[in-house]
Design a protein around this ligand. Structure first.
Ligand SMILES: Cc1cc2nc3c(=O)[nH]c(=O)nc-3n(C[C@H](O)[C@H](O)[C@H](O)COP(=O)(O)OP(=O)(O)OC[C@H]3O[C@@H](n4cnc5c(N)ncnc54)[C@H](O)[C@@H]3O)c2cc1C
Length: 201
């Protein structure tokens, strides 16, 4: 059975943003260099339906599916990040020893699990927290996972709209980056951000 440091359930905006920030730590921090990250995605991101005119830093009129593809490409450019298509059916175990099983009965092990599965259904067995009405939903029927500041329990994180972020690209992407930063900080034992500095000349 393949073992990962982090498995991210959902490869939409927040999941890919989380993967990109985790991946970016690899070349910069010795303790993150060997951390393996797997994103498992069912391919139903809300971004697939969007055309963007209000996202800071993203060109006016960018089409959601194209942006999603470029985020996935960016994430996979990091050696330690891989993405697979699949639907997670269940998560069992405890921090350091989670088992993540897909609907096609593939099982992967992980130290840390991140739920980035959006606001649509959250039908994963073993989440370990209540599924409640979304606090910032634009329409009825949207749900989120109850959490405390993005944490469900030890080693279990939730991010993006699944955590209660408002349904805006920037909010979901920002939450994903914050979750990754929290994870990196837990590895480092102190609060740590991954920043690149402008080189002169
Ligand atoms: C019609 C529409 C228009 C929009 N327009 C704009 C806009 O103009 N500007 C703007 O800022 N935002 C817009 N948005 C919002 C933006 O798309 C969302 O804020 C963003 O996609 C949320 O990111 P997320 O990662 O939380 O969820 P998503 O991007 O929805 O990703 C969740 C992912 O988790 C996957 N998943 C779910 N369950 C499982 C499972 N069990 N196993 C594996 N994977 C799973 C899903 O398939 C999906 O890929 C729009 C949304 C919609 C629907």
């Amino acid at each position: 059975m393949q073992k990962y440091d982090v498995i991210i359930i959902g490869g939409g905006v927040s999941g890919l943003s989380c993967a990109i920030t985790l991946g970016s730590a690899g070349p910069k921090m010795e303790l993150a260099a060997d951390k393996k990250v797997l994103v498992i995605d069912a391919g139903k991101s809300h971004l697939n339906m969007a055309e963007l005119h209000n996202v800071p830093g993203i060109a006016e009129g960018t089409k959601g599916p194209e942006l999603l593809a470029s985020l996935a490409q960016r994430a996979e450019a990091y050696e330690n990040v891989s993405i697979m298509q699949g639907t997670v059916a269940s998560v069992s175990g405890t921090a350091g020893d989670f088992k993540v099983t897909t609907e096609s009965a593939e099982t992967f092990e992980a130290d840390i699990v991140v739920f980035a599965n959006g606001m649509q259904t959250n039908a994963v067995e073993g989440i370990g927290a209540a599924i409640v009405d979304h606090i910032r939903a634009p329409r009825p029927g949207m749900v989120m996972i109850e959490n405390h500041n993005g944490i469900i329990g030890e080693g279990k994180y939730v991010t993006g709209c699944a955590a209660g972020a408002t349904s805006m690209f920037a909010s979901a992407a920002g939450y994903g980056a914050q979750t990754a930063t929290d994870i990196i900080s837990s590895w480092a034992g102190k609060y740590t951000v991954i920043h690149d500095i402008l080189t002169k000349g």
